[in-house]
Design a protein around this ligand. Structure first.
Ligand code: NAD
Length: 543
């Protein structure tokens, strides 16, 4: 009997736990880390609810401890991609028809599992598999993951309740149908919560999903699947495959029932996906939804009125937390000459104290970068920067991979504001600073706006209200997430909907109504109570 409409209170953000010595959460997490370090996870694909093991496996090591195997996953081939599509399409009708109160309950239960019994597990998986320290894991894998689910259920309820006017004699309604086909979720390595949300958001709106996680996030992807399954997600709604990306895209992006892609990753890959969709546009049943959040070259700019403690902290946290591997990480900073000496003194004092190492050492600020490829890419940038006569390496610049992929926090001071490391996304712990003449503040704003193709995040540090207002206006199109007197990372679901424009993505704002609307195809229904019974209108009567 469905004679009811449920009431829901506005969700609250999941509290960030402190993990202080002796706290219960710290003890539970240490236990879980110990358990996981003594276990080798055997991770299958999941297609139509079945666990698929193959003959080809790839090993998983913590990026900070390459000698210690923590698991392996089973690789799939083209056949598995097709099976995943079929399983999704088979599950579609029943899932699309399921009452919202039942569908939403699955995701709310998953959120409670994350904040409760699975908290240590999803955090430990993220700490070991992606080399995030405890705080970085907590804000991502526990808090943001739970927030995405709870807030999206709330926003979806608001969307469903958004109905047109019914007038005397006419009943109007809008049905928010899921897309006709399946959604392809392609997810990055750097946020467990993003990986989960790219699948969960379309699924919540009644869609079925084929999910290809990053090979570097599979260890925590498996825990995500465990949570969804325990929460009661039926078989076939999210199908997780570990297949070659190009082959997978070739199959999916030419399938008649491909209905949309939910992507987060690099700009290059997103553009390849978009091109393939364009090339195949006549093959699809519907016009696919293309949602992609991509790269960034995020800035912090200080005005001469800035508080230098705030400035130094915003830059250091923004640039180096999670080794700079956040799309929102500060990788270029603009500091007025009048504040440079004192700001650098503060930055240097802090940098000297940064500890870097294993995520199991709770005193670390920084850990390892994700992979051999990332290590090579980032160190190449550092080497090129070292050989540029316009640059001075103010801090770091060293790296070694004896135990793990460790790269020192690196600060480059450049005389050329359009040098390579001021322009290109590096996605590592490398910050380039340009010190500008105080008199050239306006020109510096112009420089910030035109230096890079991206427009994801940006931070301004200033005390003068008129200046803050002016900077907000002047940099309107330079960032999709704009921060005043704060670091340019750390968007919170429900508070700062996240996404950027220009080459940073379609700016559909993950964890907001705007994103959920991309996963529905509304049908408008008009019903007459007393319908017209003859074709004539009153005006047709003779004088
Ligand atoms: P990536 O582009 O290397 O990989 C992302 C995903 O795409 C992975 O699952 C990968 O296997 C897959 N992939 C690679 N080639 C593909 C192809 N041809 N077809 C289909 N899938 C393919 O990115 P990454 O290293 O995992 O993540 C880092 C990037 O993600 C950075 O550029 C960062 O800025 C961006 N990012 C953006 C946001 C945002 O919200 N804007 C958030 C997180 C990360």
């Amino acid at each position: 009997m469905a004679n009811k409409v449920l009431k829901m209170e506005t969700p609250k953000n999941e509290p960030i736990l402190g993990y202080m010595p002796g706290s219960p959460e710290r003890l539970a997490l240490k236990e879980e880390l110990k358990f996981r370090k003594s276990t080798v996870y055997n991770i299958p694909m999941v297609i139509g609810g079945k666990e698929i093991y193959t003959n080809e496996v790839a090993d998983i090591f913590p990026p900070h401890e390459l000698s210690h195997k923590i698991g392996h996953y089973h690789k799939g081939d083209a056949g598995h991609v097709r099976q995943a599509i079929d399983a999704a399409l088979q599950a579609r009708e029943k899932w699309a028809a399921l009452a919202w109160e039942e569908r939403s309950a699955i995701f709310l239960k998953a959120a409670d599992l994350i904040s409760g019994p699975y908290r240590a597990s999803i955090n430990a998986a993220t700490m070991l598999g992606q080399s995030k320290n405890v705080y970085q894991a907590e804000i991502d894998a526990a808090c943001e993951f739970a927030d995405f689910l709870r807030f999206n259920v709330y926003y979806a309820s608001e969307i469903y309740a958004d109905q047109p006017l019914s007038v005397n004699g006419v009943r109007n309604s809008v049905e928010y149908r899921p897309l006709e086909g399946f959604v392809y979720a392609i997810t990055p390595f750097n946020f467990t919560a993003i990986a989960a949300n790219l699948c969960a958001a379309p699924a919540m709106m009644g869609n079925v999903v084929v999910w290809k996680p990053s090979p570097y996030q599979i260890y925590s992807a498996w825990t995500i699947m465990e949570i969804f399954r325990e929460a009661g997600l039926p078989d076939g709604i999210i199908n997780m495959i570990f297949t070659e990306p190009i082959e997978t895209s070739d199959i999916i992006l030419s399938h008649r029932d491909f209905a949309g892609v939910h992507f987060t990753g690099s700009t290059f890959v997103f553009q390849e996906i978009w091109k393939a969709i364009g090339k195949n546009i006549d093959r699809f049943k519907s016009y696919p939804r293309i949602v992609g959040e991509t790269g960034g070259k995020d800035f912090t700019v200080a005005h001469p009125s800035a508080d230098t403690d705030v400035l130094a902290t915003a830059i250091l946290r923004g640039a180096f937390e999670y080794q700079g591997q956040k799309c929102s990480a500060c990788s270029r900073a603009y500091i007025p000459a009048s504040l440079w000496d004192v700001t650098w003194e503060k930055m240097y004092a802090a940098l000297k104290d940064f500890r870097q190492g294993s995520t199991e050492d709770f005193s670390t600020m920084m850990n390892a970068v994700i992979s051999e490829d990332a290590y090579k890419r980032i160190t190449r940038y550092i080497d090129q920067a070292k050989s540029n006569p316009n640059n001075i390496i103010m801090f770091g610049g060293g790296y070694n991979k004896k135990e793990g992929y460790f790269i020192e926090p690196t600060v480059i001071l450049t005389k050329d504001p359009r040098s390579q490391t001021m322009v290109e996304e590096i996605f590592g712990p490398v910050l380039t600073i340009y010190v500008y003449d105080d008199e050239l503040f306006e020109q510096t704003l112009e420089l910030i706006d035109t230096t890079s193709d991206y427009a994801l995040t940006g931070a301004i540090i200033a005390q003068d209200t008129y200046v803050i207002e002016h900077m907000k206006n002047r940099l309107t199109n330079s960032a999709g997430n704009f921060y005043v007197n704060d670091k340019c990372t750390g968007a919170v679901v429900g508070q700062q909907p996240f996404g950027g424009a220009r080459k940073s993505g379609t700016n559909d704002k993950a964890g907001s109504k705007l994103n959920l609307l991309r996963w529905v195809s509304p049908r408008t229904v008009k019903e007459n109570y007393l319908s017209p019974r003859y074709y004539t209108y009153p005006y047709m009567t003779e004088e």
